[in-house]
Ligand binder design. Structure first.
Ligand code: CMC
Length: 430
């Protein structure tokens, strides 16, 4: 017998079906609540609301567990390539050799942008934030594939959009950087894999090839994998919500990029490094910053700490921190920001304010220090997050399209405004 929960409203009892998960939170199905009771639920920030059933990513924030399609993140980060991870997230299984080879070759075939798109970049100011260009260019891709823009595309058409997006996002991101420094765009090389190609398009010039270094490729690969998916976060929920109106995949992903840009989400990695730089320039007195973050009258927050779901050390942050040490040792570089970050983390972990609220370093705390060591400027950090998160967004959009439960996303509200009043002509207004 399926389980139910009971809800008593104004003395009347309602039975609500319970939706079992394979692991993790069980849902109470309130989809008929309003029609049966005339009441709705109120849950600002959706902290207690499940918006869908999903089989892509599982995470347990109390225990610090994260799994892609059931595989622990540590294993994926150690053993998979980014392209393999993308395949796993999107199609649900690790690819066979043949599937991986087909997937990778498709990326090579579709890496270049339509030459006309160069004009779009040229129209932006050099100081424009790369996320502004990225979201616009991803949406612009839809103009080049009008034949794919159907409310109900076929599986083959969705596969083609998937390849176009996954491959071209690297090119678009590298072009935003080249535009900002006034260098010519560099084309992808067929003999390079996904990550090496991105580095090549970022850092090669027409007269000098960028030297691909394995530790750098490996560090970047790990970071992209760790950002691959994180279930119903702000940007992924945005992609699903936009897609639920039957907006095309390019438009839905473009909206996801905009949601990711915010400093509380994927924009935090840029803000972390800016915060550490400020601490460095003011003599690394971290106490002052910690006190500010604890002051309830000051909106200041320590960037890179805290998470809606993790109430334990973010498992991605742990892996990134060890990658940071590996990369710095291998390259023989030293960044004073890493010393400040470690000092800040140690102080925060001992502080009662942060302990009581279970605020630990998140994925964005150490990632920027690695990007910086690779030579990527701070305003490109959220862009790197977007490249990593793209397979997750695509996987969720596809899952949403395939689900029979999907309806257009349309929350309700508890209205608290004026009930009804007369329109006052302008000359009589006070
Ligand atoms: N510094 C100081 N105080 C904090 C911080 C922080 N970084 N994060 C949360 N708090 C406090 C907050 O003031 C509140 O205190 P009180 O209970 O006294 O009002 C309490 O902790 C709970 O915070 P919240 O804002 O209700 O938590 P949330 O789940 O709504 O927000 C968060 C989660 C990630 C937006 C938030 O922790 C934050 O702003 N962190 C800094 C930005 C950041 O690093 N974002 C990247 C998140 S990881 C990448 C991703 O997946 O997006």
């Amino acid at each position: 017998m399926s389980k139910t929960a009971t809800l008593t409203v104004n003395g009347k009892v309602y039975e609500l079906p319970m939706i079992e998960s394979t692991i993790g939170d069980t849902g109470i199905d309130i989809s008929k609540l309003r029609s049966q009771t005339s009441f709705i639920t109120l849950d600002p920030g959706f902290a207690n609301t499940g918006s869908c059933r999903s089989s892509i990513t599982y995470l347990d924030g109390e225990k610090g567990v994260l799994r892609y399609r059931g595989i622990p993140i540590k294993e994926v980060a150690e053993k998979a390539t980014f392209v393999e991870t993308a395949y796993l997230l999107i199609y649900g299984e690790l690819p066979t050799k043949e599937q991986l080879s087909d997937f990778s070759h498709a990326f090579s075939r579709h890496a270049n942008l339509h030459e006309d798109m160069k004009n779009f970049f040229l129209g932006y100011p050099n100081t424009g934030h790369p996320m502004a260009m990225l979201s616009a260019m991803i949406c612009a891709l839809s103009a080049y594939y009008p034949e794919l823009l159907k409310p109900e595309p076929s599986d083959q058409e969705i596969d083609l959009m998937t390849i176009q997006l996954m491959s071209k996002i690297r090119t678009i991101c590298a072009c935003t950087y080249k535009k900002s420094i006034g260098e010519p765009f560099i084309y992808a090389r067929e003999d390079y894999d996904y990550v090496a190609n991105f580095l090549h398009m970022m850092f090669s010039t027409p007269t000098k090839e960028y030297k691909i270094q394995k530790p750098v490729v490996n560090a970047l690969r790990t970071l992209l994998i760790l950002h691959g998916d994180h279930e119903q976060n702000c940007s992924t929920s945005t992609v699903r919500l936009v897609g639920s109106s039957w907006a095309n995949l390019f438009a839905s992903i473009s909206a996801g990029v905009c949601a990711l840009w915010g400093p509380l989400h994927g924009g935090a990695n840029q803000k972390v490094v800016e915060m550490l730089e400020e601490m460095h320039s003011t003599g690394a007195d971290i106490t002052k910053y910690i006190e500010r973050a604890k002051d309830s009258n000051d909106p200041y927050r320590l960037m890179g700490f805290g998470h809606r779901v993790y109430k334990n050390y973010d498992p991605r942050a742990r892996i990134i921190k060890s990658k940071c040490d590996d990369l710095f040792n291998t390259l023989g570089v030293h960044d004073p920001l890493l010393d400040i970050a470690v000092k800040l983390e140690n102080a925060v972990l001992k502080d009662d304010y942060f302990k009581e609220r279970k605020l630990y370093p998140n994925v964005d705390f150490y990632s920027g220090i690695i990007y910086k060591a690779i030579g990527i400027p701070a305003n490109m950090f959220p862009v790197l997050f977007a490249i990593g998160r793209l397979p997750g967004w695509i996987a969720h959009w596809r899952e949403m399209k395939a689900s029979k439960e999907t309806r257009i996303g349309r929350p309700r509200q508890v209205y608290t405004g004026e009930i009804e009043r007369d329109f006052v002509p302008i000359e009589k207004r006070k």
